[in-house]
Design a protein around this ligand. Structure first.
Ligand SMILES: [Zn+2]
Length: 317
């Protein structure tokens, strides 16, 4: 998401954006900037490899207290990242504009006849090489046509390889479920402590994922759905059974039941769970466990989804 400050800066500079990152050329350098978590990030691709003098010059923005960090890529050092901190309120975009213009002017003065190169092969634009702005993995960058199509080919192959892998969905699901059974012990443990057993949602998710991966279940979108269903089912089942075991354990101290076997007390505990107060307590536990499990699923899904090789190289202008 681009916040209003950067949108304003984008308009002032005549830049474009791809929904998350603003990008464009100022003189002969390529700039892109985005909002991060408590930071703003400015990336610069310069037409020439930066020497020590250039680095020193760009580093001054750190010394002036504008940037919290200035880092340069190695070999070739033609890429700079500048981090602007946001402590209490947004970092002033006018200051970022000042930095962009200063660096663009400096580079244009020092390397007046140079153009931004392809970010991959370092070829400059020529009659044979066309360098354009592409989006790769969501990041806008200058690429030549040859590199763009080669990278896309590589990504396609990676995706095909993943598609060819056996999926093992059934085996993964069964193993995930078996691995989840010991999670019930965690439920019993937390009930015994008199705590809300919500954290067990995380335990069930971790176990289901472990079992599924152990059985070499393919962790694609279907795989994530399978693991999610197992962990949700076990969150419910495990909380029920865990609660019943805990009640059965407590009944051992009750004179009416202390003579009974554990199995007998265990079956009685399901009747006890019908008592309204007990039922409310159980539902509260169920809700928290499911929420925790749901959060784990959402976070994990997001991470795995992002890592799936569905990324594309897309021409932006
Ligand atoms: Zn290239």
């Amino acid at each position: 998401m681009i916040f209003p400050g950067l949108k304003k800066l984008r308009n002032q500079l005549g830049f474009k954006d791809n929904g998350t990152i603003c990008y464009g050329f100022v003189k002969n350098s390529f700039f892109s900037f985005a909002d991060g978590r408590n930071i703003k990030l400015l990336c610069i691709r310069t037409p020439e490899v930066l020497d020590d003098e250039d680095k020193e010059k760009i580093k001054t923005w750190e010394k002036k207290g504008y940037a919290s960090q200035v880092s340069f890529s190695e070999n070739p050092s033609r890429y700079v990242e500048i981090t602007f901190p946001e402590k209490f309120w947004p970092f002033k975009v006018s200051k970022i504009k000042e930095v962009i213009e200063d660096i663009a002017n400096y580079i244009a003065n020092k390397y007046p006849n140079s153009e931004v190169k392809c970010s991959y092969c370092d070829n400059a634009a020529s009659s044979d090489v066309k360098v354009r702005v592409y989006e790769m993995n969501g990041e806008p960058m200058p690429l030549c046509e040859a590199c763009a199509s080669q990278i896309q080919k590589g990504l396609n192959e990676e995706k095909e390889n993943l598609d060819r892998q056996p999926d093992n969905y059934l085996r993964g699901a069964a193993t995930g479920a078996i691995f989840s059974i010991p999670g019930i012990l965690a439920s019993v443990f937390f009930f015994a402590l008199g705590k809300i057993a919500g954290v067990t949602g995380l335990v069930y998710y971790a176990l289901a994922l472990k079992g599924y991966s152990w059985a070499k279940g393919k962790l694609d979108k279907t795989g994530i759905v399978i693991v999610s269903i197992i962990s949700l089912v076990f969150s419910i089942l495990g909380t029920y059974v865990g609660y019943a075991i805990d009640i059965a354990r407590q009944l051992a101290d009750n004179p009416d039941f202390c003579e009974d076997s554990f199995i007998e007390r265990f079956s009685v505990s399901f009747d006890i769970m019908e008592i309204p107060e007990v039922h409310t307590e159980l539902n509260k536990n169920l809700a928290v466990t499911l929420i925790v499990c749901g959060i784990c699923i959402a976070v994990q899904m997001y991470n795995i989804w992002r890592a799936l090789p569905t990324s594309k190289v897309k021409k932006l202008d």
